[in-house]
Design a protein. Structure first.
Length: 56
């Protein structure tokens, strides 16, 4: 589950689909449209494991 840093909306799959671009992993809030940063904590060679840091 992800929380929007702008509006506080709680979202989970399938409402929120993480994406990646040249700036890194993120999700767009389905409520307000804000971009929210995600971090990949998987080790190299593993499937991405995305988390949202509390301080970002």
């Amino acid at each position: 589950m992800f929380t929007c840093r702008t509006c506080g909306e709680l979202s989970d799959f399938p409402d929120t689909r993480p994406d990646v671009n040249d700036l890194g992993f993120f999700f767009d809030c389905p409520d307000c449209g804000a971009r929210n940063k995600l971090i990949n904590v998987a080790t190299p060679g593993e499937t991405a494991t995305l988390v949202q840091l509390a301080d970002e």
